[in-house]
Design a protein. Structure first.
Length: 64
């Protein structure tokens, strides 16, 4: 007998419950698109968030 691919870490699950969870997981995996959709736009914003900038800027800084 081969070991099961899914195991219960805590508690006790009947074989029917494990089969139901397996069926749900397989159905969700099959429903995912095979090819990811192409993304448009940038990965990050073109501006800076003020709360992420350091608190001090030198008086001669070009940023302020």
């Amino acid at each position: 007998m081969t070991p099961p691919d899914i195991r219960v870490e805590k508690g006790h699950a009947e074989p029917e419950e494990v089969a139901a969870i397996t069926a749900i997981l397989l159905a969700r995996a099959a429903a995912q698109p095979a090819v990811p959709t192409a993304r448009r736009g940038r990965d990050k914003a073109g501006w800076r968030r003020l709360e992420r900038t350091p608190g001090f800027r030198a008086p001669h800084s070009w940023q302020g």
